[in-house]
Structures are given as C-alpha cells and as structure tokens.
Write a protein that binds this ligand. Sequence first.
Ligand code: BGC
Length: 456
Amino acid sequence: MNRKIEFPAEFLWGSATSAYQIEGSPLADGAGPSIWQRFCHTPNLVRDGDTGDVACDHYRRYREDIALMRSLGMNAYRFSISWSRILPTGRGTVNRAGLDFYERLVDALLQNGIEPMATLYHWDLPAALDDRGGWLNPDIAHWFADYAATVFRKLDDRVKLWATLNEPWVVMDGGYLHGVLAPGHRNRFEAPIATHQLLRAHGAAVSAYRAEGKHRIGIVVNLEPKYPASDDAADRAATVRADAYMNRQYLDPVLLGRYPEELTEIFGDAWPAWPAEDFKSIHQPIDFVGVNYYTRNVTRFDATAWPLRAAPVRQKQAIYTETGWEVFAQGLTDVLVWIKERYGNPRIYVTENGAAFFDPPTATNDRVADPLRVDYMRQHVTAIHAAREARVDLHGYFAWSLLDNFEWSHGYSKRFGIVHVDFENQKRTPKDSARFYSQVIATRGRVLNEAPARLD
Ligand code: BGC
C-alpha cells in the first residue's frame, strides 16, 4: 500500500448535490410540490423553520455554479432531478419547462467539459404520490419507471451515468421508521414495505433503462462499516445486525437476489414474506454501485436501541464532525474492499464523501479556512487510492457537497460545502478545501504524496 499516489487521467473528480438541497424555486415554472416542500412548511419539523424555498438559488444560478466547478478543475458533477418538476403530480402530464431546466443544466455541463451523473430520486417525492401512499404503494414501481423513462428519452443522448435511488436506507429509516425526514412516519410495519417498494422501483427503472438507454445505470447506497466494540458475543451479534440493516439491506437484494436473514430478527412480525418473483427485477444486472461514505460505527449491544438493539460507541481519541460523525478514513477503504469481495468486484464510484464542520456564515477577505475539512479530504482521497491499490474497480470520487446547502432537518445549520455560501446574498466563496481539491485534481492526487502544505 505504500505506492506513490497517482490516479489515472480518466478518473472522475466531481462534487455532488441534490435538487431540493440547492435549487430553490421549488414551485417555479409549473413544478408540483414535493414531500419536502410540505415537510418544511409544517411547523417544528425542520430546525429554525428553514425551507428549500431559496436554498442556493441554483435553479437560477446554475451557470455560475458550473463556471465554479470548471474553475476548480472538476471533470464530473453528480446532481439529482426533481421528479415533481418533470411530473407535477408524479404521473401523467409532463411539464416541459421542468425537463428543459435539466436539459439546459446538462448542456452547460457538457460545454464546460464536465461529465454529468444524474440521480433520479434524492428524497423529494411528488406530494401527490405521497397522498396515494408514496413508497408504501406497490404502484410506485410503475410511477417511478414512467418518470425515469421520460427523463431517459430526453437526456440519455447526453447523460452517460444514471443512478436510480439515492440512499434508499435513509428514505426508509428516516422517512418511515424514525420519522425525522419526510414524510415523517414512525412505523415499524411501514419500514419494510418502503424498503421493498424502493427496491421494486429501482428494478423497474433499470428495466426501463435497458429499453431506452445506452449507457450506465446503478444505485447509490450509504455505507458505514460496523466494527464490534468488544469480542463479547452480544456485541458481535449486534454488529452483524447493524451491518445487515444498513449495509446489506439494499445491496444484497440488488446484487445477490435476497434479503439478509437478520432483517427478520430486526423487524420481527413486521417483516413480510416477499414474493420470490419480485427479485427477478430487483436482482438484475446494474452497471455500477455508487457509495456514499461519511463515517463508521463501533457497535455494541444495547437492549434499549429500537429496533436494532445495537448502538454506536463514542471513540475517545477521534475527531467528530458537526453532525456527530467520527472521522475514520480507513473505513472507506474497508467498505470498498468489502464490496469487491462480497459482490464480485462491481464497478464503483464514491458518489458522496464529505463533512460538516463549523464554518462562519460570512467569508473573511474572500477566504474560508476549513482545515478540518481539508484534512478529511486528504485522508479520504488517500483511502480511495488504497482501495484502488487493492484492486477495487473504482472510477470516480464526488465530494459532498459543492455548496453549503439545505441539510434536511438540520436546515442551514450544517455546512458541508467545499464552497461557502453566504445565505444573505448568495455569494459563493471557495473554501480552502475547494482549493485543496483543485490541487488534488490538477496533480491527479500526486499532491497527497507531499507533506500537508499551507494553502495560502
Ligand atoms: C445525503 C445528502 C446529505 C448528506 C449529509 C447523505 O446522506 O445523500 O443529501 O446532505 O448525506 O448528511
């Protein structure tokens, strides 16, 4: 693992965002409301009453943002498409203006030499579909596939990388089990249904892609390697449950054609027997796995932790981010090698990686010094290089996120951007981490072979 760092010329270096978190103007030009529009406009669900009404105003400033990516040297960009801009009620009549926005975005990216990766679903379900049960209604597989096909027809001649779902685990866990994300349900019986319908929708969209598209489609999952807190049998069993719940719940069905058996133990009588034929569609070949990696967990048995009976243990010597996540870059290497070994070496992109640290609301003299984020990036890019050395088929890295943005229930209180946004006036200021990233890209990672240098 001591080889000098140097990434291949064709490696993708980008940043990632999602529609509701940056676009603003959620109801502009004929778009319909999403579940996040409703969630934010319901009192006391989002910190400080924040909403995505303006966000980073990217819907109107996308050209400026693309110029910024280009100036940093990025050659790729991962964004998501808002379903309710394309189909205001989730199905039926197409809103041309919505499709046109993404067409303009994609064209501007390509004109600037930036490869687009489009995610079809990053949590902003059309509200009209939620009224029909949302992710609990089995019809959602057709609704999603119809929406996906509309987008493929319009953009597949220019977009070569597609992701069906972003982090289905979070949709299920935050949206249907713990209720902290839209649509805000807290129900052990709904969560397994949401999981299964998310997977059916993924499968239906992949089938639609095989009919309409010519390039690559995959799924994006969030993974957190779980390490037992001790050798104790209860801690080890808790770790296996936590791993099944978060890391295998989606990848096993998609890549192996079955659910991890631990889910029955976790959900108990709420876990139904699913029809075997559903797995034909769920378990069909995909072209890549997108991995979102932020942290790991050291896990111990905890009888009170519902429903997993497993809880993370805080590490005394570690650095924690503003969202309370341990900085642990080795976990990224570990999880990438784990995918290679468990699932037969699929093509992989790291589709999100980043950290929230305190950054002041206003930049000083056009500078935001974010040494902790620079260090996080240094460690994690080194970690993906180690994974490549271990023969993981990894082709790109996307920093989360291009811009400080709407961090879901945290509102604007957590800043993940490598570019600072002053939400008073929408001024963008590349942080030191953006300048560092730009050196990583320009040197194809070789800068990581040098001792950390001051950036000014
Ligand atoms: C999500 C992003 C989110 C980020 C930081 C990921 O789970 O895909 O939307 O902003 O993590 O919490």
